[in-house]
Design a protein around this ligand. Structure first.
Ligand code: FUB
Length: 339
């Protein structure tokens, strides 16, 4: 898998024709989880750095060490970097690789949910708490019991229940789990077998633990058949996100090695979710990761690309663009570059 998947001449053209500009350019950020708290927009991204580790399929070159929270007064206003909100050195159980986080608000407190590798090199998911949406956050001493893999996305349903979605294959280690148990002998399914699904668990009232055994989510085609591992233009890879629109649950995700952000619709936060189509065509850079957030009655896709670093996969920048649900609730596919 080459690091640079776009040739230089094409890269310049794409950058010139991008539909959106970087929200901040003083640091590299990625994997944006956007929320509106108290009428203000807060983005919880990964903070990309060059850790000097060569590109590999295990994602070791994503050597992030801390989180910064980005805030915006409104969708058109300047995005402000609020400095370090949590550093890996201040997380007792974590060793390295502070990958894509998310955040929630409940009863006057802000909760940062984040993956990191523990001292054994296994990804788990932790919680850190602050009285401010921009931190600093104080990490719990241990990760969430029973948590694993990467890319936590926390969704608050209309009844006040919170659900945590997570999981990612390859560097995200989801292929090493079956029924929530780890084994380095587990591998990806064969191409003609159902793909691995993302994982969901309802959270306790204090948002610190799961109330239940995590469950694998099914993403199915229009016949109700599970998407297969070989169907890599549609099957789940990483970057879970859930939003609710007209009473339906929209589960969106990245297809990873085919670089699409896709979505599937269901009637329950647990799925099953029926595949619908693409939200975002491939961006500059290998990864694609997004969130969907309603701001002032409009829906926005927060996403990243590697345009600010001229295509360096692990040095990304966050952008935002409005998206539209049509009269049937289907999302119009966004082309990130108008060529
Ligand atoms: O940022 C590191 C990893 O890259 C994330 O966890 C994935 O979703 C991908 O964006």
């Amino acid at each position: 898998m080459p690091e640079e998947r776009i040739e230089k001449a094409n890269l310049d053209k794409l950058i010139q024709h991008a539909i959106s500009k970087p929200l901040v350019s003083n640091i590299y950020i990625a994997d944006p989880s956007a929320h509106v708290f108290n009428n203000k927009i807060y983005i919880y991204p990964s903070h990309d750095i060059d850790a000097g580790i060569p590109f590999n399929d295990n994602g070791d070159h994503f050597g992030m060490e801390d989180y910064h929270v980005i805030s915006m007064e409104s969708i058109d206003s300047e995005a402000v970097d609020n400095g370090v909100a949590l550093h890996v050195d201040d997380v007792p159980w974590a060793q390295r690789q502070m990958w894509a986080p998310d955040a929630a608000y409940k009863n006057g407190k802000y909760y940062l949910l984040f993956p990191a590798k523990n001292k054994e090199g296994i990804f788990q998911i932790g919680v850190a708490i602050s009285s401010s949406p921009v931190g600093p956050f104080k990490a719990e001493p241990l990760p969430i019991k029973g948590s694993y893999s990467i890319d936590p996305a926390i969704f608050e349903d209309e009844d006040g229940s919170f659900y945590l979605y997570f999981g990612g294959i390859w560097g995200g280690q989801l292929q090493n789990y079956r029924n929530n148990k780890y084994s380095s002998n587990y591998e990806l399914p064969n191409d003609n077998e159902p793909a691995l699904g993302p994982i969901v668990a309802k959270m306790t009232d204090d948002l610190l633990q799961f109330v239940e055994t995590p469950k694998e989510i099914k993403i199915v085609d229009s016949n109700g058949d599970a998407l297969l591992e070989g169907d890599n233009k549609r099957r789940f890879f990483e970057a879970s996100w859930v939003h609710k629109y007209n009473g339906k649950y929209y589960f969106s995700y990245s297809t990873g090695d085919t670089h699409f952000i896709c979505y599937a619709i269901g009637d329950s936060p647990y799925g099953p979710f029926t595949y619908q189509g693409r939200i975002l065509e491939p961006v500059i850079g290998w990864t694609s990761h997004h969130s969907i957030c309603k701001v002032d009655e409009k829906w926005y896709l927060f996403y990243h690309d590697s345009s600010l670093s001229n295509g360096v996969t692990h040095l990304r920048t966050v952008k935002v663009s409005e998206i539209f649900h049509d009269e049937n609730g289907l999302i119009t596919t966004l082309k990130p570059y108008q060529i």
